[in-house]
Design a protein around this ligand. Structure first.
Ligand code: T4K
Length: 380
């Protein structure tokens, strides 16, 4: 992808480039029978057969009762936030993809940034408590890189204040704690099925709802609020997942356990090979339950001979496209940086992590040779 190539750099062929992710795809022949069926039926969108099957199979896979498919996580967040009782200020993290805060803004809400914990990269529960006041009407935490937030502290705080919680679970497909899927926490949890994610339908997403009533609302909101030919009950949008993507989702579900297993092997190998490189720090493995190994971030610290940016540049000139997720912080972007909670002194940990983080290639079919190529570059 040309836009990821630093200016003036010799062009490497697509084959030589090792991107931070390579989307996992099932064998095409498994998808073909579903596509042939779809072609002959001519039902391509609006709650068709594969939408219904995928929604049902996904709920069963995740072990959650109420799932509403949507066109992408950003739309899912906007709809969930609209359907929640949030009005005005909402506590959220600056250390995320920009879509998290943009969803708040599009839902007419006002992000208030809270610092993160250095070990989990999720909102720090102590700082969350400190930031809470009468004006706060909700919480939008992110399970960053698929690592679970402190869901118990967040639930206790939200219950005490009687405010809703919408989890941005874009990275958290398949992640479980001791009690089951982490998507069961909060009033809503929103998954992304973007091409770069652990589970992909090219684009797509789902809103996990706590009740049948809220699923009904999201179902309506994603389809203009239309109940039937004569009734429009809510002011909704178009956030539907189409039949092609739903059929792909059904086939991907057969393979996702393998994808996660392969990611786990790659994660373990990185840990083993990076452990003795001075100045490169890894996050501790997620404890308990099941991780999805969404990403492999390293922190480039003072003991390393290169700065984070110099290392990233060096990797790129040799065809390894590591990414600075997440730098800049959302709170540093022009549309958010003037609010008081965006001030540097309010977000010291997020700022430090954002300045040193680098995400290495992580995807199921990363070969041992490719991984070794990354390690050799980190070492020399
Ligand atoms: N909340 C959180 C916490 C999120 O991380 C995201 C999305 C969202 C919400 C919103 O979810 P969606 O509305 O998208 O469902 C990428 C993804 O585009 C974005 O979805 C993702 N987070 C974010 C973390 O990463 P970019 O701008 O870095 O994408 P891009 O195009 O640079 O792709 C990254 C690498 O992936 C490329 O180097 C090559 C590879 N790639 C990408 C695509 C799209 C492929 O090999 N094939 C592809 O088709 O944002």
């Amino acid at each position: 992808m040309a836009e990821h190539r630093p200016a003036g750099e010799a062009a490497l062929s697509q084959d030589q480039q090792l991107f931070v992710t390579r989307p996992a795809l099932p064998p095409l022949n498994e998808l073909m029978p579903l596509l042939e069926d779809m072609w002959s039926s001519r039902v391509l969108s609006n709650d068709g057969k594969y939408h219904e099957i995928f929604e049902r199979e996904l709920a069963a896979y995740l072990g959650v009762p109420h799932v509403a498919l949507v066109s992408n996580a950003t739309m899912g967040l906007v709809l969930a936030l609209r359907d929640s009782r949030m009005r005005g200020k909402v506590l959220t993290t600056p250390f995320s993809f920009v879509g998290t805060s943009h969803a708040l803004a599009f839902a007419g809400l006002d992000p208030v940034f809270v610092d993160i914990d250095a070990d989990t990269l999720n909102m720090d529960p102590v700082r969350l408590e400190e930031a809470m006041d009468e004006s706060i009407t909700g919480i939008l935490p992110v399970h960053c890189f698929g690592r679970s937030c402190d869901v118990d502290s967040i639930a206790a705080l939200a219950d005490r204040r009687r405010i809703p919680v919408v989890y941005d679970a874009a990275h958290a497909f398949g992640v479980c704690d001791e009690g089951g899927s982490i998507l069961r926490h909060g009033d809503y949890a929103v998954l992304s099925f973007h091409a770069t994610k652990v589970f992909n339908t090219f684009e797509g997403g789902a809103v996990i709802c706590r009740s049948a009533e809220s699923k009904r609302s999201i179902d309506l909101l994603r389809k203009f609020g239309i109940v039937d030919e004569t009734q429009v009950e809510l002011t909704g949008l178009n956030a539907k997942l189409n039949e092609f993507q739903s059929a792909l989702g059904c086939v991907q579900l057969r393979h996702v356990d393998d994808y996660i297993l392969q990611r786990g092997r790659i994660d373990a190998r990185y840990r083993q090979l990076i452990a003795d490189i001075p100045g490169l720090r890894m996050l501790a493995p997620a404890s308990g339950g099941r991780s999805n190994h969404y990403s492999f971030p390293i922190l480039v610290e003072p003991g390393y001979p290169l700065s984070r940016d110099a290392l990233m540049h060096k990797l790129r000139t040799r065809g390894v496209v590591a990414r600075k997720y997440f730098s800049p912080l959302i709170s540093d972007l022009p549309m958010y940086r003037d609010r008081p909670s965006a001030a540097a002194h309010n977000l010291p940990v997020a700022r430090r992590i954002s300045a040193s983080i680098l995400c290495l290639p992580m995807f199921p079919d990363l070969t041992e040779q490719e991984q070794q190529r990354v390690i050799d570059l980190l070492r020399h």
